[in-house]
Design a protein around this ligand. Sequence first.
Ligand code: ADP
Ligand code: ZN
Length: 526
Amino acid sequence: TARAAAASSSTPLEALTSVWGYDAFRGEQAEIIETVTRGDDALVLMPTGGGKSLCYQIPSLVREGTGVVISPLIALMHDQVDALEQLGVRAAFLNSTQSIEERRDVERRLLGGELDLLYLAPERLPVAADLLDRARIALFAIDEAHCVAQWGHDFRPDYLGLTILHERWPDVPRIALTATATAETREEIVRNLRLDGARVFVSSFDRPNIQYRIAPKQEARKQLLRLIKDEHDGDAGIVYCLSRASVEKTAEWLATQGVTALPYHAGLPAELRGRNQARFLREDGVVMVATIAFGMGIDKPDVRFVAHLDLPKSIEGYYQETGRAGRDGLPSTAWLAYGLQDVVQQRRMIADGEGDAQRKRAQTLHLDAMLALCETVQCRRQQLLRYFGQDSEPCGNCDTCLNPPEAFDGTVPAQKLMSTIVRLQRERGQQFGAGHLVDILLGRENERVVKMRHTELSTFGIGTELGDAEWRGVVRQLLAQGLLQVQGEYGVLALTEAAGEVLRGERDVRLRREPERVRTARRSRS
Ligand code: ADP
Ligand code: ZN
């Protein structure tokens, strides 16, 4: 039986075949497992879907005692443990959602040597320390280890307490795992978890089966519907939205369009959330519309597309979220709609948000890298991988490879826009958002323009070489490049210091012209 198989595994390969039913280790799994089984520390940087779980589950089975897994994903512990039990692995969890009786039972099994794996929420570690002292521990696995990085995008203060692992149980091997691999985050993990002696395993971050596409946002929901109907009809997918309200509206609207779409965000009743998640996992072709609260640790191999209706705050976040597509290795789409309003909103959120100057600077750098990815005229994948420190060739499977956008010298349009802003402010003490500025440049004599006598400005009508959408693209890119900034409650535009160089002709501006028609290979589905 499965239970007997799990109990009797004596080598990693035996466990892999008899418990999981797989034939061979993937990538660096074998070496990682060997390292930890031997009793050494390891730091594992592996993309989502790469197979991190086995790297600590198998050593937990092979080594004597219980493998203790620290994970912030309390909502998923139940499912993870269920899945392991089905394989015959003796697993349990301890977190704050349990009753005292349930916890007692787990403690009893731990002390009785009846557990292969114990999942533990980080905030429970201080209270569980005495218990762990009395148990036989095979290893500590620190899942989602980037949560210990203050610099990173997903910091959890509880994770700083994990230094206790090393101090209190110096002989127990530790394996830290994450799908985030920037140099800064990696260094912080090593420093904050005292992993100086650990062997570091960095897997390739390329997910060749994912087609990356970033489209200018027009009517995001309709664009999304077209993507679903044209390329992913009946497929399972995840749609990420920034706000809870837009999660609900989008899910409702998709449903009226015949898509099986369900909402998920932290503000929904736990019961409904659980039900929607279960349907997404078990039924075919469910589209989950969610905030980023959804997805961490979700193991659904056949998610065929991940769509973002709003701009992610960082490349780390974008990569992690899109990485939930195509874990089975089959062709999948990562699609993002991105517009002027996203830049305005994200810049404002950073300015108005909590945190000190250093935190805001880090957030700005994260956002700038994400914007650079959106505005690049080069291969998206190449840029993405370069961000994670990996060199590669143009991929042939992203929107810029399939349909190269043109880069053009945008210095003159930038100067026209900037001097309109300067004139309005200097001569009239007025500031405006993108819409009105574009009306002026295009020479539109609409009510507002006429009433404010902006027809008399020397820049009125000097921008007819570009269309409306192109001008908005110019504004967006100047914002992205830090040449314009958004100010005040109404999001009016102002120049940054760097803009002076452009106005004085000391600096050129390179811009991306959106391709006319986005040509994407329509894939046949089997
Ligand atoms: P991660 O935690 O890195 O996102 P998982 O550990 O959830 O990835 O693994 C992703 C998927 O790959 C799972 O369905 C897992 O069962 C499968 N998998 C992992 N290792 C192997 C292997 N050696 N052979 C076949 N499938 C594997
Ligand atoms: Zn490419």
